[in-house]
Design a protein around this ligand. Structure first.
Ligand code: GTP
Length: 300
């Protein structure tokens, strides 16, 4: 299957997966609203103005405000945490109103993309993201890299690899620094997703590097999980945690071009048989195994 073919399959999968319920809110109900009012009263005038500016700008789709808001939710400073909590509550309240006419169903779709370093995730996201913005979608990419403790994320790497998408006004790319903590993946990534949705991004792509438990945390936050497997290097199934294969809705064997085509087809067959042995998690969707190639590397 070509890369564009895989992308079309993904959209089809997206429609089928729409029924899958995922936790999307922090807390709700009138008690939360009352708590929100009480907490707002404790803010200084300056903080209140900052909150109003961020909420207004973010809901208006301003990327600078979205970036500032994500930085705020990532902060571990105590008074900023309070501001972040209020910001999230206001964004969620607004989202619920927006979802009302849609029968309360989410207006966005979340896709997790996991795989070992160098599997081809960024290359895929660049092409897939451009295809989506070309169809009128707004695409947010959150890059979670729990391995990069000192650099605080893969911002530079991802921005330089996704050059076209980074320039696209309907796309937003942001690292989600987790400082090597699983709890960090869960909290800040989930909150960053909510903020992106509040800013009007209807497709949120969460990229994780497959170095451990982070994929499991991300799998719980998204509507669909794609596992990227490169064709090079021995018995692939041995190296990948069985658990994450069970979570995957789509397995993409990458780089199925040139000399990699035959190994990619072999791995595709292996994954197909492995998935056949697993019980399907959804009535609406049977996990698929596809392969992608890149025209740059294909022999003519
Ligand atoms: N032959 C071939 N190479 C590809 C393909 N897709 C990506 N690559 C190359 O594989 C390398 C890694 O690709 P990336 O997209 O950066 O991989 P990644 O999974 O995002 O890597 P990390 O961010 O390190 O986890 C790059 O040199 C790409 O040019 C493909 O379809 N075919």
């Amino acid at each position: 299957m070509s890369r564009m073919g895989a992308a079309r399959g993904l959209l089809e999968a997206a429609r089928r997966q729409a029924a899958r319920a995922q936790p999307r809110s922090l807390s709700s109900g009138s008690a939360a609203v009352r708590e929100q009012q009480l907490l707002t009263e404790t803010l200084t005038e300056w903080e209140r103005r900052l909150l109003d500016r961020l909420v207004g700008g973010l809901l208006g789709g301003q990327r600078a405000c979205l970036a500032e808001a994500i930085t705020l939710v990532e902060s571990s400073v105590k008074h900023k945490k309070l501001l972040a909590q209020l910001l999230l509550q206001r964004v969620l309240t607004f989202q619920r109103e927006r979802e009302g006419p849609n029968g309360g169903k989410p207006l966005s779709f979340r896709v997790g993309l996991s795989g070992p370093p160098g599997a081809g995730k960024s290359t895929f996201i660049e092409i897939f993201g451009k295809m989506l913005t070309g169809k009128g979608h707004k695409v947010a990419v959150l890059a979670v890299d729990p391995s990069s403790q000192t650099s605080g994320g893969s911002l530079l790497g991802d921005k330089t690899r996704m050059t076209e998408l980074a320039r696209d006004m309907n796309a937003y790319i942001r690292p989600s620094p987790t400082l090597g903590m699983l709890g960090g993946v869960t909290r800040t990534t989930n909150e960053a997703i909510i903020l992106c949705e509040g800013a009007g991004y209807d497709l949120v792509l969460v990229e994780t590097v497959g170095v451990g438990q982070s994929e499991f945390a991300v799998a719980d936050m998204v509507d669909m999980l794609i596992l990227f497997i490169p064709p090079a290097g021995g018995d692939e199934l041995q190296g990948i945690k069985r658990g994450i294969i069970e979570m995957a809705d789509l397995v993409v064997i990458t780089k199925a071009d040139g000399d990699f085509l035959l190994p990619a087809k072999k791995i595709q067959a292996e994954y197909r048989s492995a998935l056949r042995l697993l019980r399907s998690r959804s009535k609406n969707w049977q996990p698929k195994v596809v392969y992608t190639e890149h025209e740059l590397y294909m022999s003519s």
